[in-house]
Ligand binder design. Structure first.
Ligand code: MF3
Ligand code: CO
Ligand code: CO
Length: 292
């Protein structure tokens, strides 16, 4: 069920939707086809940034908690259950659950899945990679982060892809400064990725996040200049979430309307942080709790 005879992923079966206690406030879009149009901005006051950080810490700590359970034989459905439970136990709503109809609390994107993989009965094997993308909503604010993990040991080529994708995110974050256009971020990421001949996914991007899951502000991961010329300001909050591939940047969509794979089925990795623009650069808002 989870993989075909070429080792490529195929859709599995998705378990029933999980519940969230009534005491946890849900984002407005849950139970609706799409979020309401967001009319706010991307710049937040310091007190609001602290609330985004609290949500971001829950999301990042949930990823650490789930990742400790990654091993050959585990299903992506089991990883979703763990992530859901962690987020809810910390008083937050898992923002993916019911977002534009997404059926699960965690995005689990394996091997050639670029992003938005739906947890199902897919069994992880030694040498697979899996991205866990978790967003938490608490006190009216979302924090969004993801990381890619290797199941056991993978080939050197795949191991390098994963570590260099994390490095690409770090370089994108370092390019952030007030007064610069957001397109410097993608220029930095793409120039690094090109050294290794990696594909840089263009059609899925970073985004403004905070009061809305996706505010409308777009942060490309490729060199988009002179487009995407929004000037960064102190207090602006957005994600950077590069997706790099061992092959093409082109993609296909499964008939579930969520799962995005590379068109050539090449392996792809992603890392994501939510950041706030500061006087001196950027500060990461999605760091895990100490000892979590
Ligand atoms: N967390 C993803 C992002 O980085 C969005 C997932 S949308 C979902 O933007 F519906 F798939 F959850
Ligand atoms: Co995001
Ligand atoms: Co995300």
């Amino acid at each position: 069920m989870p993989k075909d005879s070429n080792g490529h992923l195929i859709p599995g079966s998705v378990s029933p939707r999980r519940t969230v206690p009534a005491s946890i406030t849900k984002p407005e879009y849950v139970g609706r086809p799409a979020p309401a149009k967001f009319t706010g901005g991307d710049v937040y006051a310091p007190e609001q940034v602290e609330l985004i950080r609290e949500s971001g810490r829950i999301a990042a700590s949930a990823i650490e908690y789930v990742a400790a359970h990654i091993r050959p034989g585990v299903t992506t459905e089991e990883l979703d259950r763990l992530g859901h439970e962690y987020v809810v136990e910390h008083g937050a709503y898992p923002s993916c659950l019911g977002y534009r109809g997404f059926p699960k609390s965690v995005c689990t994107s394996v091997n050639e899945v670029v992003c938005h993989g739906i947890p199902d009965d897919t069994v992880l094997d030694e040498g697979d990679i899996v991205n866990l993308d978790i967003t938490a909503f608490k006190n009216g604010f979302h924090g969004d982060t993801n990381r890619t993990f290797i199941v056991g040991n993978a080939s050197q080529e795949v191991t390098d892809l994963v570590s260099r994708t994390e490095e690409a995110l770090a370089r994108g974050i370092k390019a952030v400064a007030p007064g610069r256009q957001v397109n410097v971020i993608g220029r930095t990421i793409e120039s690094y990725a090109r050294r290794f001949g990696y594909g840089v996914v263009r059609d899925f991007t970073g985004h403004g996040v905070g009061a809305a899951f996706h505010s409308g502000l777009i942060i490309p991961h490729y060199d988009s200049a002179p487009e995407f010329d929004t000037v960064m300001e102190v207090g602006m909050v957005f994600t950077i979430e590069p997706m790099l591939t061992l092959g093409t940047h082109e993609w296909d969509m499964w008939s579930d309307d969520w799962t995005v794979t590379t068109k050539d089925k090449s392996i792809t990795a992603q890392f994501e942080h939510t950041i706030v623009v500061t006087e001196r650069g950027a500060e990461i808002l999605t760091l895990p709790a100490e000892g979590a």
